[in-house]
Design a protein around this ligand. Sequence first.
Ligand code: ADP
Ligand code: MG
Length: 228
Amino acid sequence: MNDIVFEVKNVKKIYDMGEVKVKALAGINFKIKKGEFVIIMGPSGSGKSTTLHIMGCLDVPTSGEVYIDSIKVSDLDEKNLAKVRRNKIGFVFQQFNLLPRMTALENVELPMIYKGIPAHKRKKRAKELLELVGLGDRIHHRPTQLSGGQMQRVAIARALANNPSYILADEPTGNLDTKSGEEVLKIFKKLNEEGMTVIIVTHDPELENLGNHNIFLRDGLIQKESFV
Ligand code: ADP
Ligand code: MG
């Protein structure tokens, strides 16, 4: 069995802004195995978000190859990239990206609506997921009625809605106080203990001990990679 779930091969990313070209990734290589808890670390501007967006099928590299479950995703068109994204990836953003007019329940239901899951089924699943993240008593709250930590937990429930194979989170605690951040990290830890492959991006060096596979980026290159 091939237990490599992500393979990133000589990936470069240049953002073409017309006159200015920004080299965000200068050729990075790594592999991620099923069940790992990966922390991608590095200072601001080192290419962490770019790396995670490419892994999460939200963007494609300028050159190099990316494989997810042996599917070459680096040269897929947007339609096929979206398909892989919907089937395999749960993405969590620093800014939560919840829809403000929808309740917690409706936010979690949304990806299931896109997938055509019938109403009774998706409501049941959304409730279960909100209970899983400790928000069983907040399902009819709207984002403005929730704390930052609670909003991020809704976002995690939403990311899990369509049973993704992998959870990717970009600075998921970046907008949270220490206590809420710890609660959010506890959820990722629990998911990982249950077998989920989790990949978290952070600029907080304190999170180094959280995972079992650390990748340090600097100026678009891997400076160090370590396994705990
Ligand atoms: P990090 O997440 O580590 O802070 P990013 O991956 O966001 O780093 O950015 C890496 C570099 O690419 C930075 O210099 C940033 O300014 C640039 N960059 C990121 N996104 C874009 C974009 N959409 N257009 C142009 N430049 C970008
Ligand atoms: Mg970033």
